[in-house]
Design a protein around this ligand. Structure first.
Ligand SMILES: Cc1cc2nc3c(=O)[nH]c(=O)nc-3n(C[C@H](O)[C@H](O)[C@H](O)COP(=O)(O)O)c2cc1C
Length: 319
């Protein structure tokens, strides 16, 4: 095992499955980790009890490393950090969209390291990646604007070379990666591993509603829209009635009103789509790579074809 990210995390293939709220339940995490990648529970806002149940469910099914998503919010970390320690979670997958508090990171990273956990930190800005590195993160993910979930405005192709020049811990590229070609590009730009989120939404083990998977397969070029611009809540979803309503709300109201009302208008929308299958009034959050996602298949196949195609393109092993 010579890949640095694989070595640090104890995984077979240098692929991390991005945490996805309402889309990364234990079945997907187990599927990815059993296949040799790093599965990550989408537990950003989970209560301690829920987090404990989810971690136990994964542990019962696999002895391979996996992670859980913790947002770098002080009260939340105090509440759920002890559960991760007590349950001997192998990997903490921490992140925040912007402005990481370095003192907060130092405090919690120290505790997590003392408990023997590895720390993966996901950043959308180089400044936050550098703070996470200083605080002791073992692996840094840099995520570009192409990616699903909350994003900044810089692309993966400009973030990764910058990160490769200034980050000394193993670096993972995220945003717009879904196959061997895009993995090869990311490694060529300077990353040692990749993260994929959207691509795993079509995994057989991903238990989002079938209606959402079908919409993802149907969606082509320019089929997505961004909402939440300029209010630190930018994310991409498949265009539907929900996005039309949100876009109209943003366009027809002053910023102060949007800042207040956006949260209320978007509350529960991802769950509505992913779990209830409401593809009209729900948010089918997905990355810009969606036109390339055409096939439902097992997580193992997604991982193995991505790695073997990448190795063929680069003419070398990447494991
Ligand atoms: C439906 C969806 C939900 C997401 N939720 C989260 C989340 O809760 N926490 C997080 O750190 N990232 C979240 N993300 C981002 C992913 O973890 C990952 O960084 C991103 O999907 C990578 O880009 P890609 O979609 O182009 O592969 C989400 C992405 C999607 C598509």
């Amino acid at each position: 095992m010579s890949n640095l990210v694989s070595q640090v995390l104890g995984i077979k293939y240098p692929i991390i499955q991005g945490a996805m709220v309402w889309a990364t339940s234990p079945s997907l995490v187990i599927g990815v980790s059993e296949a040799g990648g790093l599965g990550v529970l989408g537990t950003g806002n989970a209560t301690p009890d829920i987090l404990q149940t989810l971690i136990r469910e994964v542990k019962k099914a696999t002895d391979k490393p996996f992670g859980a998503n913790l947002l770098m919010i002080p009260d939340l970390l105090e509440a759920v950090g002890p559960v991760c320690i007590a349950e001997k979670l192998p990997v903490i997958y921490a992140g925040i969209l912007a402005n990481l508090d370095i003192e907060l990171a130092k405090k919690h990273f120290f505790r997590w390291h003392e408990a023997g956990m590895k720390i993966v930190f996901k950043a959308c800005f180089i400044s936050d990646a550098l703070k996470a590195q200083e605080a002791g993160a073992d692996v840094i993910i840099l995520k570009g604007w192409e990616g699903g979930g909350l994003v900044s405005q810089e692309t993966t192709s400009v973030l990764i070379p910058q990160g490769a020049d200034c980050i000394n811990v193993p670096l993972v590229a995220s945003g717009g990666i879904c196959d061997g070609r895009t993995m090869a590009a990311a490694l060529t730009l300077g990353a040692q591993a990749i993260e994929m989120g959207s691509a795993f939404m079509l995994a057989d083990e991903c238990d989002i509603a079938d209606a959402c998977k079908d919409e993802i397969i149907k969606t082509g070029d320019m089929g997505t829209v961004m909402t939440g611009f300029n209010i630190y809540n930018t994310s991409r979803q498949i265009r539907n009635k929900y996005t039309n309503d949100i876009t109209a709300f943003q366009e027809n109201n002053p910023k102060e009103i949007v800042m207040v009302g956006f949260k209320e208008k978007t509350a529960g929308a991802v769950k509505r789509a992913m779990h209830e299958g409401d593809i009209v009034n729900g948010s089918i959050m997905v990355g810009q790579i969606v036109p390339l996602l055409k096939e439902k298949r097992p997580a193992k196949e997604i991982i193995e074809t991505t790695v073997s195609d990448c190795e063929r393109i680069l003419g070398r092993t990447v494991r």
